[in-house]
Design a protein around this ligand. Sequence first.
Ligand code: B3K
Ligand code: ZN
Length: 899
Amino acid sequence: MRTDTPQAIYLKDYTPPAFLIETVDLDVAIETGHATVTAALACHRNPAAADPSAALVLTGEELKLETIRLDGRLLGQGEYALCDDRLLIHAELPESFTLTTVSTINPDGNTQLSGLYRSKDGYFTQCEAEGFRRITWFLDRPDVMAKYTVTIHADKAQFPVLLGNGNPVGAGDEEGGRHWAKWEDPFRKPSYLFAMVAAKLDMLEDWFVTKSGRKVRCAVYVEPGKLDQCGHAMAALKKSMKWDEDVFGLEMDLDHYMIVAVGDFNMGAMENKGLNIFNTKYVLARPDTATDIDFQNIDRVVAHEYFHNWTGNRVTCRDWFQLSLKEGLTVFRDQQFGMDMHSAGVTRIQEVRTLRTAQFPEDAGPMAHPIRPASYAEINNFYSATVYEKGAEVIRMIHTLIGKDAFRKGMDLYFARHDGQAVTCEDFVAAMQDASGLDLTQFKRWYNQAGTPKLVVRGAYDAATKRFTLDVEQLYPATAYEKRLEAEGKPVARGAYHLPLVLGLLDADGRELPLRLAGETSAAGTQRVLSVTEDRQSFVFEDIAAAPVPSLLRGFSAPVVLDYPYTAAELTHLMAHDSDAFCRWEAGQRLATDILTAGIAAYQAGDGDSLAWIPTTYADAIRALLGSAFAPGGDPALVAEALALPSEVVLIEATDGTVDPDAIHAARLALRRHLARELKGPLAAAYHELKVDAPYSPEAQQAGARALRNACLGYLAEIDDAESRALVMTQFDTADNMTDTMAALAAIAQFELAERDDALARFLDKWKDEALVVDKWLMVQSTARAADTGQRVRALLQHPAFDIKNPNKVYALIRAFCAANPKHFHAADGSGYAFAADAILQLDAMNPQVASRIARAFDRWRKFDTHRQSLARVQLARIQSQNGLSRDVAEVVGKALDS
Ligand code: B3K
Ligand code: ZN
């Protein structure tokens, strides 16, 4: 039995590689049942190595070594040794040499989907972070950058398309109905960016002319018959190419840019040089199969992977601790792209919601880590919301503190200094500091400290001096991460953060006040970026005629929890008047959270159903909000965001003390029903008014109208009478696009009604051959609140539409249930926990990365009552005691149990 978390590796132990590899010449012959990989590595000693006589140690996983040659000479036993996943070369090595290995691998049996693996239409690769070692013996670390060629051989009829990174340099037929193709990548790259494909695929081709006039061939490869679903991805790619030229001056550097979609893929997509491999979810879309959100996600993921070509590929990470160097920065870039392509306000709100749903809980739980962790057991566990989303927030704060122009200069300097190199987060911050002249020494704490800081802000108005003083205090208690480091005797330095607090002040009429800080001679606009650097700091504004309402943390200028004692009247004022879209939305969320907090307490006291906890004015505020969508300049998309009450997951995080998931669920549902009843007339009117008659387009305006209309539908459905049911069923039966279909189906799925079962059956019958639509069918059931959800989800595991080997199916059915349906996952009888543990154990034997993602559902088990904690502990212990548990799951479960 295992009793602890697996062995950690530490950033402080980094040393440069003993050897470097100049070129990699790969030959991959795919046969029935196996593949033969020949790798010729041109190596030399690294002059920067710490130990000039260190041995050459290559890494490999699930490889059968056939032969090994040094400069053509076959090495005998005794000249090398195989030990676990290492290949040690004992033979004497010259300064430069070519090491050639021949290995056999089994892509058909590769259920981890890391390395070279089989999917329905052929063979695909995934090498980040450590998948290349599952293809051949290598120095599989990102600071070993080499030039690659690959020759692929496969059956021509079954696998007519053979792709590699870079440029095609040769192809031909071979005996036995086979063929080959050779690809050469002119750019040096780390092994994690290697990719190859041998498959039967259809292709959509287009061209992009770069600003310097180079013609780039853009190609999207999809499974046969799906060409009508890749136009949006292609358009997104071309938009991304143009945007990166316009905004960052960055041009595509290859003649071929290929996107290949595969249905079996552990995550979203992968930025392999010139040969991105994508989960079909982020490529395939047609109005009748994909929702507005799907279309938008495709834009973002295509852009993200494309932007990696510079931030990640041209300049890469020295080691995996630096992951946020490329991921935080690239998420920031795709967020900026999203703000330019869609509504800036709505995009920002959605990002904050993601942060609060996924990252804040991570920061508060056993897997807490800074955006650059000092240690990890399994790197795949650190492709996290913290590294990605909080990493992007950190870049965004630099952008806010130094301004757009200095940020661009910093990017230019970063590329000028580091193009072609594998670097660290310090290198990035140094470029930003040197370009802007702003000292970012203190700012770097964001890279080393875990946890979501709390910003306690208090305002005091003095009528005599006409001064408004804001006292700002930062709180950053130690997280599980610091506690663990301390227990290991590792140094833990904590201190105040440097962060931008963007704010404005509103007067009683909702007007923005000119802002003059004490000591300044004149006001500088109505919005300021305050630089917060101390544990406690005060900011004094002069010439303020009457007590203002502060609009704080505009645009969510820092990833913190804001504590300001707003009254309900102040929040309503901000909702109505704040010029900042995020703050208007935030005021509404805060108002709802305050009301729900009272409601949760009322349910716990047995008095929830009296609804005495709902202020009589609340429905009026929401009525005004709904009406604002139709006023001149109104934005239905923003109103749709504002109508959504904070999710149960967000409310769990907002709870001080023990979480009661049943009371949270009951209070939230009661408030939704209350609003539906009170606002039935305006909701129905808005629903009818917002009908889109034009042909479907996923662009922002139409999507915004649909979002608000469907939000209205969701509320109306809560009334649960014949009229509302008819409205929902009519939409389900007549919708001509998946957005409206899914909104109706999601509304029906909440109720245990014959209509639900009938609608679900009809939906599946219509879409059973579209895998991504079947995923929606699974997810609408796994996230439903209906009382029978737990049983249904268990039954669905056996349904022919489900496949435990397919990550998308697992995410739709199992992860969505565990992570996005707290009422059922945290069922008081422990059935949700047992279900999760069964699934984790079954998955771990096949695909540890996927299993580990499900295991993260237990992160917050300590926040629940002792009864639930004991049920969760039993399941965690059951998982931990499994023989042969993967490092991925062992780390997550071990840290959860240790917390
Ligand atoms: N870089 C990849 C993620 C790889 C995950 C490996 N477990 C996708 C991305 O962030 O763009
Ligand atoms: Zn990325």
